[in-house]
Design a protein around this ligand. Sequence first.
Ligand SMILES: Cc1cc2nc3c(=O)[nH]c(=O)nc-3n(C[C@H](O)[C@H](O)[C@H](O)COP(=O)(O)OP(=O)(O)OC[C@H]3O[C@@H](n4cnc5c(N)ncnc54)[C@H](O)[C@@H]3O)c2cc1C
Length: 481
Amino acid sequence: MIRQPEPKPEVLSRRDEIVAALRALVPPHPLSGESVIADPLRLKPYETDGLSAYRQPPLAVVLPSTTDEVASVLRFCHANGVRVVPRGAGTSLSGGALPMADSVVIGLMRMNRILEVDFDNRLAVVEAGVTNIGITRAVEERGFFYAPDPSSQLACMIGGNVMMNSGGAHCLKYGVTANNLLGLTFVTIEGEVLRLGGAHLDAAGYDWLGLVTGSEGQLGVVTEVTVRILRGPEGARAMLAAFGSVEAAGRAVDAIIGSGIIPVALEFMDRPCIHACEAFAHAGYPLDAEAMLIIEVEGSVAEQDELLARIRDICAPLNPTSMKIAESAEQSAAIWKGRKGAFGAIGRISPDYLCMDGTIPTSELPGVLTRIGEMSRRYGLAVANVFHAGDGNLHPLIMFDANDPDSLRRAEAFGAEILKLCVEVGGCLTGEHGVGVEKRDLMGVQFTARELDQQRAIKSAFDPGWLLNPSKVFPLAQAAG
Ligand SMILES: Cc1cc2nc3c(=O)[nH]c(=O)nc-3n(C[C@H](O)[C@H](O)[C@H](O)COP(=O)(O)OP(=O)(O)OC[C@H]3O[C@@H](n4cnc5c(N)ncnc54)[C@H](O)[C@@H]3O)c2cc1C
């Protein structure tokens, strides 16, 4: 189970005073109403995030609508030694937005305005609470889109994406959030408002954007984001390649990437996942296969035809049990339908699951998947694999029963062993979900004590009192504050 830092008694005992001060700083919104939540029942939705095995109600939640309000809340918390947990949509799968009992949650969801769209310079400026899909919706009329596409894109917010450096199925070609980010408005714990980056891919001086991207709400609060928008491709088409073994599918991934082709997406599903998704989405998936790949290419029709034919030829020697090339946008959508609903589909067959997230070199896929299968038998817990195979970004979904403490304990140990294996074969602890509370105690597997000290020194430089999301990223015993 996850341990949290001891709550500060001096903060808990001043709860009413702190809530009153926050109410004075962030008055009710004319349309959305109350901006500070302290009633225990109304705090319930904020006590957990996408890692719902762990829960902790915060001291209070504050819902600012402007950068100035965020700055004044941070200034107050800094002056009073109050811990702060920034929160977007709360979809983090690593417990990044899990509160502490003595913390104030700053929810950014009311900051949801599109501030500027500049098609000539291919950028958009949006507030941190705009959903990921909301950016594409704001620009698609003119044929543009925002590329990083987490599966949670209907709900998750761009501020959370920046703080987790989120990825998605199409990041194989377009890169993750960091590769599509131009600038930020960023508020420090002292309440100072900084503009980092700007409207270009590079900015003079140190790379501040690079430093704060992926910092999991530990260095400051993002209020505005400038992103690159791209013109959509002429067209895109998917194909499905099914195999009689996980190893053969893994070798196909390796061969496609090794050939120099960069599909726009290359996704992997194993047998349990194929069955769960087919029962849920009726997408026509091959139920006789042990594993299948969804491969999408884009460009003109001629380019699509050529790339799909080359990929089919690369897969053929691996004896696929079936291959299906979509002939239309509708057929492509049908192939994607099951994949997009994969997490929900697993939720239908298991009361609870842990979604792990680690990255490995693609050449290690067959061996790693075999060892995950062995672990599954040893821990007595089912696992389904669905992941961004082209990036080597694994997402084993470990099924367990949260009502059974032993089942949760085994799931946690199983997950930790998978992540250690990722590091052992030359990969890393996270691909896109961040460290949060979930992986913080494994950071020593990836980094030396000296490297962790240096990372903590950066945290201390931004936030000397360790007030911003302090229980995340670093092993608890080593977190300051
Ligand atoms: C079904 C499902 C599918 C998912 N698929 C993907 C996927 O394909 N790819 C992927 O990368 N992730 C995925 N995720 C994980 C999650 O959606 C991402 O991590 C996302 O970026 C979190 O955004 P959020 O707005 O929900 O942030 P939250 O969960 O609210 O917060 C995430 C972290 O960012 C911090 N934070 C949030 N907003 C701010 C801000 N404005 N300023 C400072 N700190 C902030 C929080 O403190 C926390 O540490 C998935 C999650 C679910 C539930």
